[in-house]
Design a protein around this ligand. Structure first.
Ligand SMILES: NC(=O)c1ccc[n+]([C@@H]2O[C@H](COP(=O)([O-])OP(=O)(O)OC[C@H]3O[C@@H](n4cnc5c(N)ncnc54)[C@H](OP(=O)(O)O)[C@@H]3O)[C@@H](O)[C@H]2O)c1
Length: 267
């Protein structure tokens, strides 16, 4: 993490999650005081429980939480309520930098309530008085089985051949960490993986590595989380910062760790 300031106290909202737990570890390895905050540790951004206390003396808040429900109304309520509560508490406590993780292409995916909620989250951050950095990432490699499960009909997985540039959760956490310890950009930074794939082909390779017997069927009209995808909808901008980990290397490493399970755990 180049150009970082000296030791900082950083609260990671969603610090027990996939990205959050990796981020807390990385920040601590770089000598920062990283506090993992989530309902499990008594901090609930929806009810406000524990927020005031955990933000005491904190200069940076990183929000990598996620909604427990992706149902349209529930996910909107989660991101709106949680973000409003967080920003209000941060303003009261003098937090100097709010960092949030969002998704590349959200404005092109508005047929889905999940992405409408992510845009609402981004807009609340942009409209607040707290200096901020929004990090938009592409789909995580760990999400491959989740995509397959959502698109499964019987023993077939129906997916369009749209382009996708996924990345390892570890690279996402590194990118978020670098931004969290730097100056606020008061804007959006996009991060993506090193290679582009066709969505159907990516999922086919992932399921093969998992020895999952489902057949991936290429269907240009199949929907992705209810969305009819245009060819480039999931791709980051040309100036996106790219992670280093390649999908095949990640699959091999996961398998070596006994962890085709690592992909399998994500739903
Ligand atoms: N999946 C993708 O491919 C992708 C791509 C780009 C961006 N993203 C974004 O990445 C972010 C993190 O995703 P993830 O997969 O790492 O999430 P995750 O593993 O599902 O973790 C979610 C975290 O949110 C916490 N949380 C839930 N309700 C909370 C509440 N009321 N108050 C405080 N914390 C709460 C959970 O805490 P408990 O463990 O205590 O319940 C957990 O730590 C999301 O915002 C998502 O939009 C995802």
């Amino acid at each position: 993490m180049k150009n970082e300031k000296s030791m900082m106290k950083i609260v990671v909202i969603g610090g027990s999650g996939l990205i959050g737990s990796k981020l807390v570890t990385k920040l601590r390895e770089h000598g920062h005081q990283a506090v993992a905050a989530s309902p499990n540790t008594g901090v609930n951004t929806v009810t406000g429980e524990g927020l005031e206390e955990v933000l005491e003396g904190v200069s940076v808040v990183v929000d990598v939480s996620n909604s427990p429900s992706w149902e349209d109304a529930a996910v909107m309520k989660f991101f709106e309520t949680s973000t409003r509560n967080l920003l209000a508490s941060e303003a009261a406590k003098g937090v100097e930098h709010h960092v949030a993780l969002s998704v590349v292409g959200s404005e092109r995916l508005l047929e889905s309530g999940y992405f409408r909620a992510k845009i609402a989250q981004e807009n609340l951050i942009k409209g607040s008085s707290i200096p901020y950095s929004i990090v938009r990432a592409t789909q995580f490699f760990e999400f491959v089985k989740g995509i397959a499960d959502f698109s499964t009909d019987g023993n077939k997985v129906l997916l369009p051949p749209a382009l996708i540039q996924p990345m390892a959760a570890d690279d996402v956490a590194s990118a978020v960490g670098r931004i969290a310890v730097g100056a606020p950009v008061n804007g959006t930074v996009e991060v993506g993986g090193p290679e582009k794939f066709r969505l159907d082909e990516l999922i086919r390779r992932g399921l093969a590595a998992l020895k999952d017997p489902r057949e991936v069927v290429t269907d240009p009209h199949a929907r992705y989380y209810g969305i009819e995808l245009s060819e480039n909808a999931l791709l980051p901008q040309d100036d996106a910062r790219l992670g280093e980990t390649r999908f095949e290397d990640w699959l091999r490493r996961s398998a070596d760790k006994g962890g085709a399970r690592e992909i399998g755990q994500r739903t």
